[in-house]
Design a binder for this molecule. Structure first.
Ligand code: ADP
Length: 173
């Protein structure tokens, strides 16, 4: 585990973490899918899907919150990353996922939150670019919200992703 201020990086399954909130890299339907989304729904139980049905989906770059049900996290924030297209809009939408999630976390007084590497799986965002955006956006948000104390965990499912976060976090001050 690498720690930098209130940002840390861990390697493992996000569904096993005990924290106030875990973030789901969802799709627009919010009705479950593959990757981390499927894992979160399996671990949280069918009550999560039932609550998600009441939300009527989510636009790309936006975020919605539910309870965590059988997870060790009290809350799940579902955010929809962009499917990588190579257009400049991808950057704005991915950054908007991180900002929107953190704004919502603050509204709910969440103090520990774990993010997966949004859009870097099925949505094919190039890993280094996505990680660089994640680190820059979260770091900027923390600076803008200096008086709000929150611990951020970047939860990586594989070593390559973990190494990439460590590289980009070593760059920030
Ligand atoms: P997206 O559709 O946003 O690309 P994916 O779930 O396909 O979402 O992948 C996003 C990232 O989540 C990838 O780095 C993938 O390896 C990772 N991931 C998949 N399952 C888990 C899990 N259980 N815990 C943490 N990260 C996971």
């Amino acid at each position: 585990m690498m720690k930098k201020n209130n940002i840390s990086v861990c390697l493992g399954d996000i569904t096993s973490l005990s924290c106030d909130c875990i973030v789901n890299a969802a799709n627009q339907s919010l009705l479950g899918g593959g990757g981390v989304d499927g894992a979160i729904h399996r671990a949280a139980g069918p009550e999560l899907l039932a609550e998600c049905r009441t939300l009527h989906g989510c636009n790309t770059g936006e975020a919605k919150i539910t309870k965590g049900y059988h997870l060790n996290a009290k809350w799940v924030i579902h955010t929809v990353g962009p499917v990588y297209s190579g257009k400049p809009e991808d950057v704005r939408l991915l950054a908007s996922c991180y900002r929107g999630t953190l704004d919502l976390a603050r509204q709910y007084q969440i103090r520990t939150i774990a993010f997966p590497a949004i859009s870097t799986g099925v949505y094919r965002y190039p890993l280094q670019e996505a990680v660089s955006i994640a680190v820059r956006t979260v770091t900027a948000w923390l600076c803008e919200n200096e008086e709000y104390l929150i611990d951020i965990i970047f939860c990586c499912f594989d070593q390559k992703t973990y190494d990439s976060y460590r590289y980009f976090l070593a760059d920030t001050h």
